[in-house]
Design a protein around this ligand. Structure first.
Ligand SMILES: *Cc1c(COP(=O)(O)O)cnc(C)c1O
Length: 400
């Protein structure tokens, strides 16, 4: 056995422009370095209540059951589906990407009879297509990925909540990449369950999965005949820790204290900026980045009108090798961008402008370094093309 002690960590500075994690806001990192409190300390309990109240504002909901699950985004997916699916229930998943495929898997493991409507990756479902399939299948649970991070597609949820309600189905949505970046209105849209994460649009470290359940979802939970098969994610006991009132705040698990400090500060930052202003900032910087990427010859995977501003999935120029470019971006320039997942691996790059990274200077830094890397492997681009197009787009938007 070796007795040597490795040196203390020296973490290089990176600019995290992949599909997540995105950079944590410096204010968030500072909040995390505060001393620990006990998980039932009245001061911590007050922090929990504030986190829940801010989460309701950010999710645009009055749902009493709104809290962060103590794990990453996938745990939110698992919590929603294991709690809302009873063995044999029909679940319908609209699947056009990597994360929707995971929803199919997780719903199946929860005992659902899973039906899926598939589209080629990169496409979005039309409201009519979704309504028709719900009518045909008659599901108890409908799963949709709002922001499909594998393809950069924003899935419209127009009219879906109302249609699900009419047919007695619960609408579960994955907002892991959408929360804090694009419009999301749980109550106005009639969403029954939504889950997200801390490390993308909220600019916190990974480790928490904000989640919210409607009253209809709560009723289903209370009417369950079988126990939720997961102990850790059983909301009927988690809520005893996260709910105020008699018999509440009972120990369930030790909440990740520092992660909750982080989320508290992250949510304060979101609300101080204002959701509308934040959504607009993401859209503005997306349009500038898009102008630059397209000027350098790249094309978006998602069709116009269905693109995520916070996750730009583009086909890179033909003949270019994926890995050497991303390696150089990371090692020489300290910039992380994402590659493709599944069937898009080796074909696309995924460039995230999430949370505090959605800024003009980040857009220009990303475009100029990418341009340097592409020119050096022989792609014909006039130097300055990408940044020039982005600057022109920013200027155009500032005027209008
Ligand atoms: C990142 C992501 C997840 C998984 O979240 P983790 O925090 O990695 O567990 C789920 N769904 C979507 C759409 C995502 O982008």
């Amino acid at each position: 056995m070796s007795t040597s002690i490795p040196p203390a960590l020296e973490i290089p500075r990176r600019l995290l422009l992949g599909p997540g994690p995105s950079d944590a806001d410096p204010r968030v990192l500072k909040a995390m370095s505060a001393p620990l409190l006990g998980h039932l300390d009245p001061k911590f309990v007050a922090i929990m209540t504030e986190v829940q109240e801010m989460l309701r504002q950010v999710f645009r909901t009055k749902n009493s059951l709104t809290l962060p699950i103590s794990a990453t985004g996938m745990a939110g997916m698992e919590t929603c589906l294991t709690n809302l699916v009873e063995p044999g229930d029909k679940a319908l998943v609209f699947n056009a990407g990597y994360f929707a495929t995971r929803m199919v898997d997780v719903a199946g493991r929860a005992g659902a009879e899973v039906h899926e409507l598939k589209l080629p990756w990169g496409q979005a479902f039309s409201p009519e297509q979704m309504r028709k399939e719900i009518d045909r299948v008659g599901p108890k649970v409908v799963g949709v990925v709002h922001a499909e991070t594998s393809t950069g597609v924003l899935q419209s949820l127009e009219g879906l909540g109302e249609h699900c309600k009419k047919h007695g189905a619960l609408l579960v949505i994955d907002t892991v990449t959408s929360l804090g970046c694009v419009p999301l209105e749980l109550d106005a849209w009639g969403v029954d369950a939504a889950f997200s994460c801390s490390q993308k649009g909220l600019a916190c470290p990974p480790g928490l999965s904000p989640l919210s359940f409607s009253d209809r979802a709560l009723e289903k939970l209370q009417a369950r005949k079988s126990k939720v098969q997961s102990w850790y994610f059983d909301l009927s006991i988690i809520t005893q820790y996260w709910t105020q009132g008699p018999g509440a705040r009972a120990y369930h698990h030790t909440a990740p204290i520092s992660a909750n400090y982080a989320l508290h500060e992250g949510l304060r930052i979101v609300l101080q900026e204002g959701l509308e202003a934040r959504w607009k900032r993401h859209q503005t910087n997306h349009l500038a980045l898009k102008a630059g990427l397209e000027a350098m010859g790249m094309q978006y995977v998602a069709p116009e009108g269905h693109r995520l501003p916070q996750l730009n999935a583009v086909y890179f120029p033909q003949g270019v090798e994926d890995l050497p470019i991303r390696k150089r971006m990371l090692e020489e320039f300290g910039i992380e961008i994402g590659g493709g997942l599944g069937e898009l691996a080796g074909k696309i790059w995924r460039i995230g402008l999430m949370g505090c990274n959605s800024r003009a200077d980040v857009v220009y830094t990303c475009l100029s370094t990418l341009e340097r890397c592409l020119i050096d492997v022989g792609v014909k681009i006039v130097p300055g093309t990408g940044v020039g197009a982005a600057e022109a787009e920013h200027a155009r938007m500032a005027k209008s």
